[in-house]
Design a protein around this ligand. Structure first.
Ligand SMILES: *[C@@H]1O[C@H](CO)[C@@H](O)[C@H](O)[C@H]1NC(C)=O
Ligand SMILES: [Zn+2]
Length: 346
């Protein structure tokens, strides 16, 4: 643990401050302990901690969150903001506007990942970055992703207000298309930054459900790019020394237990399996159970086996969908001759 806060730990610390003010500070002491442990310096006026005028403008932040939520294709309180639509473009403009107001150097790459940079006193060092996304699946909430972008901008604003001068450059990143809504590709912008060649290849031919190609959709949002430009999104090594994302909890666990913040210690690597079961048809009244070979029952057994494994191991696999093409009938075909099941394995 460093005895003196560096840029990274301050930024982390601010992320916590923001989470805490957003969570209405229902458990100040616990939150303070958590952030002190993580940041490595005390959250008090004495010593190395931030001074008492080190205040997050939570009202201003809330106002920005509400303003951003108004760029939506569905009525409030829901938010629908799909990649490269007009609302997405408006949200992008809004984010860039705040970055400009803060005096950050704003850059966009070929697919519209947006970077707001505050040059450090040693700009050659890898930057410390933070950020998230502002695209929103249909009828989502206004905090998803947005907290990690607007919260990061407020963190930068606060550091500027407190006359902090970073050694490493600090960057806020708004990633293009974290959600798979339009092209079925999630984390599109960040994965392209990671230099995934297969992704660059598939972006050449992918279309949305209206048969609009990725390149045409990008162009309609102001990102006119050639196929070669996709490679320019790939990051060079050592550009960043650290990255942190602040994100709302997407489930009920922390909220239910009254825990103000969770720190990610592992990242799920999701994979989906589709399992087809094939049984034999047979009259429900005449082919009796000992002689039956029902696909539906085999699928049910697998689903129960997955449940048992998950409960015993604490992993987060689920059985997502079950399609029974020959659902229970009393016809000659009998019960479930074909059955398809989707498994999400993490
Ligand atoms: C989709 O667009 C392409 C290129 O414009 C065209 O060749 C193709 O026929 C279209 N497909 C459908 C299903 O409309
Ligand atoms: Zn999100």
């Amino acid at each position: 643990m460093p005895s003196k806060p560096n840029a990274a730990s301050r930024l982390v610390f601010l992320a916590f401050l923001l989470v805490i003010s957003a969570a209405a500070a229902n458990d100040d002491a616990a939150a303070r302990r958590t952030m002190e442990q993580f940041a490595g310096f005390p959250a008090s006026d004495d010593g190395e901690g931030p001074s008492s005028d080190f205040h997050v403008d939570s009202e201003g932040l809330q106002r920005q969150i509400d303003e951003l939520a108004s760029f939506s294709d569905s009525p409030a309180p829901s938010v629908t903001r799909v990649l490269y639509t007009d609302k997405d473009v408006q949200a992008r403009r809004y984010i860039k506007g705040i970055m400009n107001q803060l005096g950050l150097v704003v850059r966009e790459d070929a697919v519209g990942n947006i970077f707001g940079r505050w040059e450090g006193s040693e700009p050659g060092l890898g930057a410390v970055a933070t950020g998230s996304h502002v695209d929103a699946i249909p009828f989502s909430g206004k905090f998803d992703g947005v907290v990690g972008v607007l919260g990061a901008l407020e963190a930068i604003s606060l550091l500027k207000r407190s006359a902090f001068l970073p050694k490493r450059s600090l960057e806020v990143i708004m990633f293009t298309s974290e959600e798979p809504t339009r092209f079925g590709i999630s984390c599109l912008g960040s994965r392209l930054m990671a230099g995934i060649e297969e992704l660059a290849q598939s972006l050449r031919k992918v279309v949305d459900n209206q048969n609009v190609s990725f390149l045409d959709a990008a162009e309609s949002a102001g990102y006119k790019l050639n196929l070669e430009d996709l490679h320019s999104v790939f990051l060079k090594t050592d550009k960043y020394s650290a990255f942190i994302e602040l994100h709302i909890e997407q489930g009920p666990i922390l909220e239910k237990e009254g825990i103000p913040i969770g720190i990610v210690t592992a990242i799920a690597a999701p994979a989906s399996l589709k399992v087809d079961f094939e049984g034999n048809g047979g009259h429900a009244g005449a082919v009796l159970m000992p002689a039956r070979n029902d696909a539906g029952l085999a699928a049910a057994e697998l689903a129960l086996a997955v449940e048992k494994h998950v409960l015993e191991s604490g992993s987060i696999d689920t059985v997502g969908t079950v399609d029974d093409e020959a659902a229970a009938t009393t016809s000659d075909e009998g019960v479930g001759s074909i059955n398809e099941m989707g498994l999400d394995i993490d």
